[in-house]
Design a protein. Structure first.
Length: 82
């Protein structure tokens, strides 16, 4: 991935998070030269945004179970967050 490459839209959350963790580890080690650190930071920012978008999309798909007065599940409806 080049320093100006966009994150592929189909990149999974898990793969993006693994790459982000790798970047954080490299930056925390202090072993990357300045220019590489800047490039890594920029990529990390794009990955963070990608992960946040994936989480938001997943959150919107979550449904809560509606329980009736008898304690039995009656169905589901869109979850309300916030």
């Amino acid at each position: 991935m080049t320093d100006t490459a966009a994150i592929p839209a189909d990149l999974s959350f898990e793969d993006a998070l693994a790459r982000l963790e790798s970047i954080v580890s490299r930056l925390e080690s202090g072993q990357a030269p300045l220019e590489e650190s800047i490039t890594l930071y920029e990529e990390g920012a794009r990955l963070k945004s990608h992960c946040e978008g994936r989480l938001k999309a997943a959150q919107l798909r979550v449904e809560k179970i509606v329980v009736g007065p008898d304690g039995q599940a009656k169905g589901s409806e869109p979850a309300e967050f916030g």
